[in-house]
Design a protein around this ligand. Structure first.
Ligand code: SF4
Length: 421
């Protein structure tokens, strides 16, 4: 009798939600093929590392992890994919233990190739073109659904368009069944993810607005969040619809990057601070005036872009403090990425200055976040509780993304519960 060894595989993901959604999809497929998933430190036969290139640090971390995996598991086969692997294929291929590197257009080959190179059998390897559909399903209450990939914007600091290619998506008609599959798993909340999510539809003649309207009708999914959307692509028409009583929550993650018009222009961004402020105010008015909850804004900011003087940085600081007043600031120190226009500039900002600015924004963020939570005290809200037992406690989020913690009760997992903040 031929006994086939069960292959133990571990997955390591760095970077963004899109990477997590993609890894989760590889995992589901490979488990169906007979692999056993183990934690990375439990001695696997195979590793799949999904790398990230968003900063120089991410590249380095991705490579170091692979070296460490090889040191600890010299016989294991290591497969590498993701944005850093796309941009620096040769660096990864040169690392000992690496069996194969998959670029951005080879994502549909990950599962069949791993199967072939470890079990000696080729999978059927459905060719899905250059869009690799994905959704995460590790957490039982919330799933990240990839709806779009790539970006055509070419902001002057960013390598993501080179790593992930042109903006593209699969048609709405193929995304809806994925949302239905997520609902069939009992998951109630979907977070729509993409590289430039709002650009959805470019390759299929549809629009992001068409997509969200159709997703809203999927039975079983009760809440939607949009993981990140460019301010110029979040239209007033969409905001009017979202606030008219849909499943889309009062939680907006919007990249600002700088609150200074000079820097925004030099970054190659497609809006100015006046347009950004108008959009924020419009969302707030539409949501809160109708007696609705306070809106959670998560805002991305890059500090230390070349040419950002103390004065220009203070424009950003004050714009956030006085005008936007977000509930959270995602702060990124500018990272010089080879091949981008910003990397060529001579007026780079010193690391020590960036660190100081990051600290200032962290303090501002903490203050604004506390004020946001405080301003919601006593308000009735709905919380979707998650499954993780955190030392006897469980956590969940309100519609406007306030984290609520209470004693662990397995009955509440995946349930939407009325609470008072
Ligand atoms: S919109 Fe700009 S920052 Fe975002 S992925 Fe595209 S180029 Fe990069």
């Amino acid at each position: 009798m031929l006994v086939t060894k069960i292959m133990r595989i571990a997955f390591i993901t760095l970077g963004c939600k899109l990477n997590y959604a993609e890894t989760s999809t590889y995992e589901r497929e490979l488990l169906k093929e007979g692999f056993e998933a183990v934690q990375w430190n439990k001695g696997a036969d195979v590793f799949l590392v999904n790398t990230c290139t968003v900063t120089e640090h991410s590249d380095k971390k991705s490579r170091n992890i692979i070296r460490k995996l090889h040191r600890q598991n010299p016989d294991a086969k290591i497969f590498v994919t993701g944005c850093s692997a796309q941009l620096r294929r040769a660096d990864y291929e040169a690392i000992e233990g690496v069996e194969r590197v998959f670029g951005a257009t080879e994502k549909s080959q990950v599962v069949p190739s791993i199967k072939e190179k470890t079990m000696g059998t080729a999978g059927c390897g459905q060719d899905l073109g250059t869009f690799f559909p994905a959704y995460s399903s590790g957490e039982r209450t919330r799933s990240f659904l990839k709806v779009q990939d790539g970006c055509d914007y070419k902001c002057h600091y960013c390598t993501v368009p080179y790593a992930r290619g042109e903006s593209r998506n699969i048609p709405i008609a193929e995304i809806i069944p994925q949302a239905e599959a997520i609902a069939a798993e009992g998951i109630k909340e979907i977070v729509l993810t993409g590289v430039n999510t709002g650009d959805f539809g470019k390759s299929t003649g549809e629009s992001f607005y068409d997509l969200i309207k159709q997703l809203n009708d999927v039975d079983g999914i009760e809440r939607y969040r949009i993981s990140s959307i460019e301010p110029n692509l979040l239209t007033e028409e969409m905001i009017d619809w979202i606030t008219s009583g849909t499943k889309f929550l009062p939680h907006y993650h919007i990249p600002l990057q700088s609150g200074c018009d000079t820097i925004l222009k030099e970054m190659g961004r497609r809006y100015d601070t006046a347009a950004f402020a108008h959009k924020i105010q419009y969302i707030r008015e539409k949501t809160e005036k109708a007696g609705g909850p306070k809106v959670f804004f998560g805002i991305d900011v890059i500090v230390g872009f070349p040419g950002e003087t103390d004065e220009l940085f203070m424009e950003t600081y004050n714009f956030l403090k006085d005008v936007v007043r977000p509930a959270f600031i995602h702060i990124f120190p500018y990272s010089r990425r080879a091949g981008t226009p910003a990397a060529e500039r001579k007026d780079q900002v010193q690391d020590s200055v960036k660190t100081k600015r990051v600290q200032m924004l962290e303090e501002l963020c903490e203050k604004l976040h506390n004020e946001f939570v405080e301003s919601n005290k006593g308000v009735a809200e709905k919380v979707l509780f998650e499954s993780t037992d955190r030392k006897g406690m469980m956590e969940g989020y309100t519609g406007n993304y306030i984290r609520i913690s209470q004693p662990f009760d397995p009955e509440l997992i995946g349930k939407i519960v009325d609470i008072t903040i």
